[in-house]
Design a protein around this ligand. Structure first.
Ligand code: GDP
Length: 200
């Protein structure tokens, strides 16, 4: 059962342990239009927690708490926290991804103690993007656990998808890319399994 916690636009707003019970956090990152809101909505499967992709709300980090059980049986301590980060890639020519990001993103990624997994979304329908490579390189350098997920897999034939995933792996220099579709729910079970690995 997802509960919307808050929208943070400053380091001081990040939810404290009093709100999260120190539950492990999964962050979602990707270029604008990659399908991040659609994927999060399909993972949450709830109307209450609908993530909008309107710029206002997406220039913040939106936090959601996922609990086991429902009603009176809902566990107090969340199983996982979802952190929906602002999309990047608005600026056509930007030297670095961090140049266009609000100032609270870098401290979040560098210092958030409960951040257990960073999900880097890449679009399987477009060629590998330089800013995605930059983000993935950042996670390699900082040794943050990350997973690259390929979105909109339903738009391609199996053969096209295999080719796209191979190209993305090669350019981003990653061993694994998990293809998913928010439209058909393909791959979302596998993604849940990866996320549950980090939840104790
Ligand atoms: P965001 O900007 O990353 O939050 O992207 P959105 O979730 O708003 O999606 C951007 C566009 O891609 C919208 O037109 C969606 O309908 C479309 N889209 C998102 N996910 C999928 C998917 O899994 N399959 C298909 N076919 N289209 C998708």
């Amino acid at each position: 059962n997802p509960v919307f916690l808050l929208s943070a636009t400053d380091v001081a707003h990040f939810p404290s342990e009093a709100k999260t019970y120190g539950a492990p956090e999964v962050a979602f990152l990707g270029r604008s239009n990659v399908g991040k809101s659609s994927l999060i909505n399909s993972l949450l499967g709830s109307r209450e927690a609908k993530v909008s992709s309107t710029p206002g709300r997406t220039r913040a980090i939106n936090f959601f708490a996922l609990h086991e059980g429902s009603g009176e049986k809902m566990k107090v301590r969340p199983t996982l926290i979802f952190a929906d980060l602002p999309g990047y890639g608005y600026a056509k020519i930007s030297k670095s991804i961090s140049a266009e990001w609000p100032s609270f993103i870098e401290p979040y990624l560098a210092e958030r103690e409960t951040l257990a997994l960073c999900i880097c979304l890449v679009d399987t329908n477009i060629p590998p993007q330089e800013n995605d490579t930059q983000l993935i390189t950042y996670f390699k350098q900082t040794q943050r656990p990350y997973l690259v997920v390929g979105t909109k897999a339903d738009k391609l034939s199996n053969n096209q998808l295999a080719k796209s995933v191979a190209a993305l792996k090669k350019v981003h220099e990653v061993e694994e890319i998990l293809p998913v579709s928010a439209k058909t729910d393909a791959g979302t079970k596998a993604l849940w399994a990866k996320m549950m690995e980090v939840a104790e």
